[in-house]
Design a protein around this ligand. Sequence first.
Ligand code: RIB
Ligand code: CA
Length: 317
Amino acid sequence: MRKTIPVILDGDPGHDDAIAWVFAKADPTLEIRAVISVAGNQTIEKTTINARRIAALLGIDAPVARGASRPLNADPVTAGNWHGESGLDGPALPEPDRPLSELPGVELMAKVLRESRDPVTIIATGPLTNVADLLLSCPELKEKIGQISIMGGGITHGNWKPAAEYNIFEDPEAAWTVFHAGLPLRMCGLDVTEKALIKPSEFPRLLAVGNQVAEIVTGWLEFFYRFPMQLGYSGAPVHDPCAVLALTHPEIFQTRELYVDIELEGEYTRGATVADLMGSTGQAPNVVCGMDIDRDRYVELLVEALKSYDGRCVPVI
Ligand code: RIB
Ligand code: CA
């Protein structure tokens, strides 16, 4: 058995954040120490109650704290077109099974880092506001961060703007801080996450796992696929779990070590993750970038993760 890794889950659930957390909770090598919400897909109020409900559904035995309500230096833009009015439209979910942490998100992150004997990995699947805030407000804790694994960016294209992916576009200043922190960083951008498709023909296979979490995940996918289907996608691009699997199953990815910087200016380029593919900047690589994925194995791993929830069933509202 591999040594367990203490992790902090930071995200804006969000259907794909929720499925990322399904993977994280199911993996015996990850020890979830805290769950932190961030404004993004929906307002902080909505992403926070969603985070608490997901934690109750999955049995995540860690504090959930409310994170940043707006980007460091940008106006918040929500993604209701993808995730619906609640941010997690679709199946009914349980009520939270414990109070929200009294600590603000960044303070809980700092507490977890201070109290951990081992370096903590941060898995960020939304705008990087909380992570940047932690780095800026507690620089002395950088040494307690083992690595950061994000879903965000895109080397060849964007999805919210032509050149910018949503998580980075939502808070480019935060992303710049994270990419310049000098910490081990894994980036699963659109280049790989848009290949992490789960096709509607595969939804029955997930449902057939036959437990409550499988039923709810299938319901999330059915809702989540509505919008990309209109855009012509052949399946739901389930972006965020890549940030988890990059740590637990790196073998399913093809990666490149690249120098990546964040564009903060430009009418058409703000929020772009600019990758030095030819080494022309002379800068040493700062990111391990996901470039491709074994999609079939990705779906198999989701089925395996769902099976780990056999025997768990909680009342839903
Ligand atoms: O661009 C995809 C990202 O934006 C995912 O994290 C999704 O949840 C949204 O936050
Ligand atoms: Ca997200």
